[in-house]
Design a protein around this ligand. Structure first.
Ligand code: MG
Length: 258
């Protein structure tokens, strides 16, 4: 029996770095009435607040059934109904030495490949505590340029060639860490063994549920995709083409149980 429905964020619940649409906000509210819901992504907590939490119109009780796992579950947040605020349950950060080394290797590698953006929109390299993320065009391009920014992001590396090249170049130099393609213009570096499966395992332990109790929905479930580790660990998974498919999947889940 499914007890928890887990989602990827970017391109599964919303357009990359954008707010969830009304229909998704309603879907999540209806799901929360029946299930625990987890959202797991490479982004930081503030991104979840902006894209999802601020768009939810649910009671505190339902909000407490939402499990937020930023940076692939290296951080875990729950809503405290008594304090009426989000609380970090745990975090698992990189050391200062590791972060400095990652920054140097990323910048050097991107310059060597000729993809270090001279005029980025916001920071190219962002410290997310437990993860360092390279965003080719700058972290804030979506916010600063809107639709045009998203378009540029999608056009930057449609076949994942640049991201794969950069990953292959820098991974041997960061062999004690894990280097992965993240979103449509990004590379994520974390402690080894940290991917979405890591987060889901943490969640299974925290909630004392089994893998069978979880259904996962994501847009990158193909081998090498950032959602694939969840499927590979044996979680029942549904792939969506993009966030426009997801309400249909949710309708299907609710149709069986409502
Ligand atoms: Mg995604």
């Amino acid at each position: 029996m499914k007890k928890l429905i887990a989602f990827d964020l970017d391109n599964t619940l919303a357009e990359s770095k954008s707010q969830i649409p009304d229909v998704m906000s309603e879907c999540l509210a209806r799901l929360l009435a029946k299930y625990d819901v987890c959202i797991i992504s490479g982004g930081k907590f503030e991104q979840f607040e902006k894209q999802v939490i601020s768009r939810l119109n649910v009671t505190d009780e339902l909000l407490s059934k939402l499990h937020i796992m930023p940076t692939c579950g290296t951080r875990y947040y729950r809503y405290d109904q008594i304090d009426k605020k989000w609380q970090m349950i745990y975090h698992n950060n990189l050391t200062a030495e590791q972060k400095t080394r990652i920054r140097a290797v990323l910048e050097h590698g991107a310059k060597e490949l000729g993809i270090w953006e001279a005029h980025p929109y916001g920071e190219i390299i962002e410290d997310r505590g437990s993860q360092v993320t390279y965003s080719a065009l700058g972290q804030d391009i979506g916010e600063m340029l809107g639709e045009e920014g998203l378009k540029r992001k999608y056009e930057w590396d449609p076949y994942m060639k640049k991201r794969n090249k950069l990953r292959d170049l820098i991974a041997p130099q960061l062999s004690d860490l894990e280097v992965r393609v993240g979103g449509i213009t990004s590379i994520d570096i974390t402690l080894p063994g940290v991917d979405k499966a890591y987060g889901i395992r943490k969640l299974i332990d925290a909630l004392e549920i089994s893998a069978d109790n979880i259904l996962f929905i994501g847009d990158m479930l193909q081998e090498g995709g950032n959602d694939y580790p969840v499927k590979a660990m044996g979680i029942d998974s549904i792939e969506v083409r993009d966030y426009k498919d997801t309400p249909l999947v949710v309708e299907g889940i609710l149709g069986v149980t409502e």
